[in-house]
Write a protein that binds this ligand. Structure first.
Ligand SMILES: Nc1ncnc2c1ncn2[C@@H]1O[C@H](COP(=O)(O)OP(=O)(O)OP(=O)(O)O)[C@@H](O)[C@H]1O
Ligand SMILES: [Mg+2]
Length: 373
């Protein structure tokens, strides 16, 4: 008997033997330690007393209790569970029926504190998951970059081809004698393609600038009405050529300390989109201010976009249309939003598929210092 007791006490697991009437027949010190059960509770020899006692230290007392009852309900079954305690420990729990002359006479439970092992496993799983996610992100970045290089080369190639054709045409017409009108219209087309090339290259430069640490703002006193006027002038011949009406509502000057050139590019970018996606219908620009915030919004009545597209179009390379149908690098709005945010403002879109779109730029206005008495 004492050899058996000594053996039990040397076991690494907490051991408990219970008979069929659920009386505690045997247990070792380790068992009492794991569940913090005082001697007087175990001395009562009833399994129910021990279970009542551990109720309070279990993370899920009801789940624990019903699981134990389910195991006792099947005397010849084995069980394996991991229970969590309120103090964060995890206890692995095996139980096996105890046989005497082939008849089940009770059940022996062994318990082991596996907190450290399970924590290490969970930590390893977490690291593995993070590593997998990082790799997927890196692969996605490489894919986006490859796709971007392909689109960018195509976009840069298109105006170059047009330029080449116009210049070749000019050469041909110049030989038999100059037709001034034809040459003038050819030069206009040249200018437009050069502007497109310059805008593309500017966009690429802006993105590398943002990537390298952010846009530099050159602040001065700027009237947003002039910004709109200058941006509109840039696309005037394109609007005329495509017969698109531009309606500007800007009654009063809206003046702040901003980077005028940057804001002009924001408006040009929005205008370019409204022209590209606006289905040839009129475009409206409205400028307003409530003394605290300047609000510029641009509305078109074109293809519009669904919610999913709206959620990603301000991201880098975020495009909601296929390159084949509409040219573009998917950078315009990303650069515009970055520029507006650099001014402490924000930019958002309201749209529905097929219902046009309204893009709004909000910029904080300088607050007048309170007048001194
Ligand atoms: N006015 C609009 N109506 C409908 N969809 C729009 C409009 N403006 C932008 N989008 C959608 O948002 C996407 C991102 O616009 P963004 O200006 O950033 O890129 P892009 O016009 O495709 O290319 P880029 O401006 O770089 O030449 C577009 O591809 C398009 O799907
Ligand atoms: Mg664009």
């Amino acid at each position: 008997m004492s050899l058996l007791k000594a053996t039990l006490e040397s076991a690494a697991d907490g051991i408990l033997a219970v008979d069929l009437s659920r009386r505690i027949v045997l247990f070792n010190r380790r068992f009492a330690e794991i569940f913090l059960i005082p001697d007087e509770v175990l001395a009562r020899r009833g399994d129910a007393y021990a279970l009542d006692f551990v109720r309070d230290i279990m993370r899920d007392p009801d789940g624990f209790r019903s699981r134990i009852e389910a195991i006792y309900a099947r005397p010849d079954a084995t069980s394996f569970d991991v229970f969590e305690l309120k103090d964060g420990r995890l206890i692995e729990c095996y139980s096996l029926p105890q046989y005497l002359a082939r008849a089940v006479v009770g059940r022996v439970w062994s318990h082991r504190d596996v907190t450290a092992r399970v924590r290490a496993e969970r930590q390893r799983d977490r690291l593995l998951l993070e590593e997998r996610r990082a790799r997927a992100e890196a692969e996605e970045a490489v894919r986006l970059r490859d796709e971007f290089v392909a689109i960018a080369s195509h976009e840069l190639r298109t105006p170059l081809t047009s330029l080449q054709l116009v210049v070749q045409g000019l050469e041909r017409w110049l030989a038999p004698g100059m037709d001034v009108e034809r040459a003038r219209s050819a030069l206009l087309r040249c200018k437009r393609q050069i502007r497109r090339l310059a805008a593309l290259v500017d966009g690429l430069l802006d993105v590398s600038c943002i990537q390298a640490g952010g846009l530099d703002l050159k602040l001065s006193e700027v009237d947003l009405r002039e910004v709109i006027r200058d941006a509109a002038a840039q696309v005037a011949d394109q609007l005329a050529q495509e017969g698109i009406e531009l309606i500007v509502q800007a009654e009063r000057p809206v003046v702040g300390r901003w980077d005028g050139d940057r804001l002009e590019r924001v408006v040009t970018s929005l205008l370019a989109n409204a022209i590209k996606f606006g289905g040839g219908r009129p475009i409206q620009i409205a400028l307003a201010s409530d003394g605290r915030i300047a609000r510029l919004s641009m509305t078109d009545h074109g293809i519009g976009m669904d919610q999913e597209t709206q959620s990603k179009l301000f991201e880098r390379f975020g495009r909601g249309v296929s390159v084949r149908h509409y040219g573009g690098l998917g950078l315009g709005l990303y650069i515009a939003r970055t520029a507006v945010e650099a001014h402490g403002g924000r930019m958002y879109v309201e749209s529905e598929l097929g219902q046009g779109a309204t893009f709004t730029v909000e910029l904080p206005l300088p607050q007048a210092a309170p007048e001194s008495p």
